[in-house]
Design a binder for this molecule. Structure first.
Ligand SMILES: [Zn+2]
Length: 373
């Protein structure tokens, strides 16, 4: 009688390694790059097969393979082998997964941006934005970070917070629960922290997509041996992709703000980088990165000619956490330049109930609203 592994190899049409690794039966359906250790098959004490792949897009092909394998194993055990010999159909490559169409960002059209900005006569200052913010911005900046996270994410959401940009995050804010200081590596327990960080060398960021909080293998990152590295901030760790970030690195803040306030898109928050730039958070409510990327194309086509940075519009995006201090900046050659005085990442506008078709410019000012009452 053949071993269950041999039966699996016959169906696959190729050998399975000592460690159970082999090319995934659904590799052609992977939407991220395939690696030699992505897929693994093992047999439990009863010889029952189990399998796992780091990718999700191949699930259908893997289910199909497992059904064929179960049938072949039971045929083998009943001694009916030969009446229905499995066909090694996985030798044939499956058709490739369809690729999302990529649009090319347009170059900045300065005349168009200037003409659009010129439609707003009054000057849009930080004070103007605060006066028109539907949620009142408190005087104490230390309250801003938590206010923004509480207003924009449902209770129980887990938001990753960073004091180092290129890292796996240092804090977790759980809406309705509080702040946790996270371990640097898998297996290190998070501990409750009194508050969000006050500042960072280059400032403080939050991941705009809520996460599970678990470490997961990152299909985009491998160690020198080719194994997937664990991470807690890549797209497989995110539970939804609710917002995109609009920022401009080629327009002056006054022109950019005059454009932002006219947009019909649901802008839920506006804040500064602690440097010169002003960022807007827009509600897109995408469930998956694929859905996010489909939505993003429209934004890039429409807003890249008037100064929006297309490269900043990604499903997994760190954005400045308002109310935190930025102590310096990293210059062109990687040298750190400390500011004379720390700069505040300022919260300028907050509107969790933003809907499409109501530009910031149409929001009544706080004074007007009080007068109406
Ligand atoms: Zn797979």
């Amino acid at each position: 009688m053949r071993s269950h592994k041999e039966i699996a190899e016959e169906i696959l049409g190729y050998p399975i390694g000592e460690d159970g690794c082999a090319p995934c039966p659904g590799a052609a359906l992977h939407t991220a790059q395939s690696g030699p250790r992505d897929w693994r098959i093992w047999f439990d004490g009863e010889g029952k097969p189990h399998e796992y792949c780091f990718h999700n897009s191949c699930q259908g092909a893997r289910d199909d393979f497992m059904r064929t394998l179960y049938r072949a194993i039971s045929d083998e055990e009943r001694g009916t082998r030969g009446t229905r010999k499995p066909v090694p159909k996985y030798q044939r490559p499956l058709p490739a997964a369809p690729k999302a169409q990529k649009v090319k960002p347009e170059d900045l059209n300065e005349d168009l941006a200037a003409a659009l900005a010129a439609r707003v006569e009054e000057s849009i200052t930080f004070d103007w934005l605060r006066a028109h913010s539907p949620v009142e911005i408190p005087d104490n900046p230390r309250a801003w970070g938590e206010l923004l996270l509480k207003e924009l994410y449902p209770s129980g959401s887990r938001i990753l917070v960073f004091t180092a940009f290129a890292s796996q995050g240092q804090y977790l804010y759980v809406v309705g629960d509080g702040v946790y200081k996270l371990g640097r590596k898998p297996g290190i327990k998070a501990v409750k922290a009194p508050r969000l960080p006050a500042g960072g060398d280059n400032g403080v960021w939050f991941l705009t997509a809520p996460i599970t909080g678990k470490w997961e293998p990152n299909p985009g990152k491998r160690d020198p041996q080719g194994n997937l590295m664990p991470g807690r901030r890549h797209s497989a760790c995110c539970t939804s992709f609710p917002f995109l970030v609009l920022e401009s690195d080629n327009l002056t803040p006054d022109v950019w703000l005059k454009i932002l306030v006219q947009l019909a898109d649901p802008i839920v928050a506006v804040y500064t980088s602690g440097g010169k730039s002003v960022h807007a958070l827009v509600k897109v409510s995408a469930a998956t990165p694929e859905e996010f990327n489909a939505i993003k194309e429209g934004y890039i086509l429409r807003l890249s000619p008037v100064g929006a940075d297309a490269a900043a519009i990604t499903p997994v995006r760190l954005s400045r956490l308002p109310g935190c201090m930025r102590h310096g900046t990293t210059g062109e050659f990687g040298t750190y330049i400390k500011y004379d005085k720390p700069r505040l990442q300022e919260l300028l506008y907050l509107n969790p109930a933003a809907v499409h078709g109501e530009p910031i410019l149409t929001m009544p000012s706080r004074k007007t609203r009080k007068a109406v009452k």
